[in-house]
Design a protein around this ligand. Structure first.
Ligand SMILES: Cc1cc2nc3c(=O)[nH]c(=O)nc-3n(C[C@H](O)[C@H](O)[C@H](O)COP(=O)(O)OP(=O)(O)OC[C@H]3O[C@@H](n4cnc5c(N)ncnc54)[C@H](O)[C@@H]3O)c2cc1C
Length: 493
């Protein structure tokens, strides 16, 4: 029998994972990536000895990574040197008071009781609920492939509806556990990772703080990009071929089949199967013939975006922990400005990452490597956002916030700065609306309701990655790669 071939558009986490599974299943696989390096949103750049993870910086859901590495025939702990990060984050509030989130229960008790007497028992109950939600979602949503309505609407699914609180508002649900607004914020801000405001998100997402504290936040030596390097190694070992610096301009289709892809330089790559890892709404809008789906998709809800600063510093700020989150007291206004007004809040919450605290090789000796991420709205359809101005304002907010930690001279120690705005995120990885987490994960865009991983008309065209099921995040992209590859392998053999 002749060997079947697959072409994968994009070398993001989902694309590389799927490519490896497909090669292991006997297909001849070529991955075409527009940029000169793999990884997509889990990217890296190196300058003057400073190493930056450009997108993902948090290794969470270790159990999912372990399962996905096993499925690829590899051992996570053999391949990556993982260090536990505890406290996971240091939260800094507007009045400079702090809360260090940690798995050390005695420390949590001490800190929480100071903020709100009696709140430690609320925390324990909240973690129990998060654990329940984590189990249900992993088992019944993430690890399932929703092909038909019947896969979703079943007695089991109805049971899930009740137990994982998908119809209960996350922020409102916090009143069951805490009174202090800052504690409600401390355990809901993670909703932004799935593109949602806690004021819109289902209470299901208490699973996120639960997994961070129960299973830990980890750090792979060399940064998150080590995951990409390892996955590419596994892919190459399986026989996958990569072409970098080549952009796909069109998926070639006939009546009901995809026949291959055309690159911007005119090259044609024929294949039995086409798998797009590029952001799904972008694929429908730019790589496929107009079918009305692209217009429909652009009206779906997209996740927020981010302004990111990457600074190489000529001094080290040892007092700055690896993950610091400055949480604004005007929490609701923050999310309204981001999600509703698509802009930068007046007093934005923001995150600062200092990887050299975890791995000295991330910066030259005596120097520091800092990343600051400020969540902002995604690109407006009609434009009108002045990203240069918003970026400059965001930078001032980072400087101002760091002063609360005694860092008053950051600006004078910056050797170089690189930035990303929603516009450059869009441009670099072809992300629709520059939304860093793709389509949001509101209830009507999850599980069966998320756009299908297979094209309805071109039956050998499949989709993988953050805007597909199960959704955003490095481990989820690996899960989606495995699901889709299993489906393709079952179809082509
Ligand atoms: C700022 C930020 C912070 C994040 N933080 C975390 C975190 O802490 N932890 C976590 O787990 N996740 C995090 N994420 C999310 C995570 O990085 C992504 O969900 C995941 O990496 C997406 O993988 P993907 O498979 O969807 O591929 P993508 O990363 O979207 O890759 C798709 C690839 O396709 C390429 N491509 C696009 N169009 C074409 C074309 N026409 N031709 C050829 N190639 C093309 C792109 O260049 C890209 O390389 C973060 C993301 C961002 C942006």
């Amino acid at each position: 029998m002749t060997q079947r071939s697959a072409v994968v558009i994009g070398a993001g986490i989902g694309g590389i994972t799927a490519a490896t599974h497909l090669a292991n299943a006997g297909l001849h696989v070529t991955v075409v990536e527009k940029n000169r390096q793999p990884g997509g949103r889990c990217g890296r750049f190196v300058r003057d000895g400073h190493r930056f993870d450009t997108g993902a910086t948090l290794f969470v859901m270790r159990l999912v990574y372990e399962a996905e590495f096993r499925a690829l025939g590899a051992s996570l702990s053999d391949r990556l040197e993982l260090r536990r990060v505890d406290p996971t984050y240091r939260l800094v509030f507007d009045d400079s008071s702090q809360l260090a989130l940690t798995s050390d229960m005695a420390s949590m008790r001490r800190q929480l009781e100071l903020m709100e007497p009696g709140s430690f028992s609320g925390y324990q109950r909240y973690m129990e609920e998060g654990g329940r939600h984590y189990q249900i979602v992993l088992e019944k949503v993430v690890n399932r492939d929703f092909r038909r309505m019947a896969d979703f609407i079943s007695l089991e699914a109805l049971d899930l509806l009740v137990r994982a609180k998908p119809l209960v508002n996350h922020y409102r649900n916090m009143a069951t556990y805490f009174k202090a607004p800052r504690l409600k914020s401390a355990f809901t801000f993670q909703d932004l990772y799935v593109g949602l405001s806690p004021f819109d998100a289902p209470a299901t997402f208490s699973l996120l703080p639960y997994t961070e504290l129960a299973h830990g936040v980890w750090y792979p030596a060399g940064g998150m990009y080590s995951i990409v390097e390892t996955l590419v190694e596994l892919a190459r070992d399986a026989g996958v071929e990569f072409t970098f610096g080549s952009s796909v301009s069109q998926i070639d289709t006939n009546a009901n089949h995809a026949r291959g892809v055309r690159l911007t330089d005119g090259t044609y790559v024929a294949a039995d199967v086409v798998l797009a890892n590029a952001d799904l709404p972008y694929v429908y809008e730019h790589l496929l013939p107009d079918s009305g789906i692209a217009a429909k998709m652009s009206r779906m809800q997209f996740s927020a975006s981010a302004i990111s600063f990457f600074w190489g510093l000529d001094t080290a700020y040892d007092a700055l922990g690896p993950h610091t989150l400055f949480l604004a007291d005007d929490y609701r206004d923050n999310f309204d400005r981001i999600v509703r007004d698509l802009t930068l809040p007046a007093n934005p919450s923001l995150y600062v990452h200092a990887p050299a605290r975890l791995d000295p090789s991330m910066a030259p000796p005596g120097q520091d490597t800092l990343t600051a991420i400020i969540p902002v709205g995604h690109l407006r359809d009609g434009g009108g956002q002045d990203w240069a101005d918003l970026r400059d304002r965001a930078r001032e907010h980072v400087f101002r916030r760091l002063r609360a930690l005694g860092i008053t001279d950051l600006a004078s120690h910056i050797k170089f700065e690189e930035t990303h705005t929603p516009a450059s995120w869009a441009e670099r990885h072809n992300l629709a609306k520059g939304a860093t987490h793709g389509l949001s994960h509101k209830l009507t865009q999850m599980a069966y309701f998320r756009p299908s991983n297979r094209h309805r008309r071109y039956r050998n065209l499949y989709f993988v990655g953050a805007s597909t099921h199960p959704g955003t995040g490095v481990p989820m992209a690996m899960v989606s790669g495995r699901h889709v590859a299993a489906r393709i392998a079952a179809e082509v053999h």
